[in-house]
Design a protein around this ligand. Structure first.
Ligand code: NDP
Length: 257
């Protein structure tokens, strides 16, 4: 049990990477609070995760709701050892076709809410706690149509470094996990049918050196590492879990003879 006696908060813990991480954390002995906006998937997550989990409806862009969720988590399970600020949205914001509202919605959820989630948690953290922020390969790849999302995830990396400086006196670690394309419901909007999903999967996989999308569990296991004492000297780092997309893009199947 790598997280025995630890308490964790996971935003966006009712789907995809957040839910996979919640499952793993509970299996490793943690008491876990998950948040999200969708009541039905939160109820399902709570049922699946069992008595060592608490699910709370809280929109991460609502600062007061986030503060209340942190307080409820602490009331139930005690001060926090782990915060995974994972909630995020995709969003297409191409040059020439983007409203201020669409741009700001991505920024509000993916950066502003991440900052205020951490700010809400800070007074309730045990010294030596671990904070993990969810970034993305898109912060460095320059994918067309993703200006706001890319900026938001680059902002997450920059913020993590500042937060690590501010929280190091309390031995609180702040790190980023940056997934490459991974098989989660985040793609459902872009690929609403099984056929569209298969085509998208095939197209993206050809651009990844390891030749496939990632799985939520693979990211969850990296989050577990960063959350646990195994990463006790890892501070202000960013770990890519991306099949080589950022480190060795020229190894992708599309470049093979
Ligand atoms: P999902 O769509 O499965 O999960 C997103 C989660 O975020 C949901 O639980 C959702 O819950 C929650 N969420 C979104 N907005 C809010 C909000 N305002 N308040 C509270 N919760 C919110 O996608 P993933 O698991 O893939 O995404 C998780 C993170 O991983 C995101 O930050 C994403 O950017 C990042 N990522 C994902 C990649 C991928 O390919 N899957 C690649 C790179 C990064 P609800 O709808 O109930 O609010």
């Amino acid at each position: 049990m790598r997280l025995a006696n630890k308490t964790a908060l996971i935003t966006g813990g009712n789907s995809g990477i957040g839910l996979a991480t919640a499952r793993l954390f509970v299996a490793e002995g943690a008491k876990v609070t998950v948040t999200g906006r969708n009541q039905a998937t939160l109820v399902a997550a709570a049922k699946e995760l069992g008595p060592n989990a608490l699910a709370i409806v809280a929109d991460a862009t609502d600062i007061a709701a986030t503060e209340r969720a942190v307080e409820r988590a602490v009331e139930k399970f005690g001060k926090l050892d782990i915060v995974f600020a994972n909630a995020g949205i995709p969003g297409s914001t191409p040059l020439g076709g983007t409203s201020l509202e669409a741009f700001e919605s991505v920024i509000r959820t993916n950066i502003t809410a991440v900052f205020f989630t951490v700010q809400a948690a800070v007074p309730h953290l045990n010294d030596g706690a671990s904070i993990i922020l969810n970034g993305s390969v898109i912060s460095v790849l320059g994918n067309p149509g993703y200006a706001a999302y890319a900026a938001s995830k680059a902002g997450v990396r920059a913020m993590a470094r500042v937060m690590a400086s501010e929280l190091s006196p309390r031995r609180v670690r702040v790190n980023v996990v940056s997934p490459g394309a991974a098989r989660t419901p985040i793609w459902n909007g872009a690929a609403p049918t099984p056929e569209a999903y298969a085509a998208l999967d095939n197209r993206i996989s050809r651009s990844i050196p390891l030749g496939r999308l990632g799985e939520a569990d693979e990211i969850a296991r990296t989050v577990l590492f960063l959350a646990s004492d195994d990463a006790s000297n890892v501070q202000a780092a960013e770990i890519f879990v991306d099949g080589g997309s950022t480190g060795s893009p020229a190894g992708a199947p599309i470049y093979r003879g």
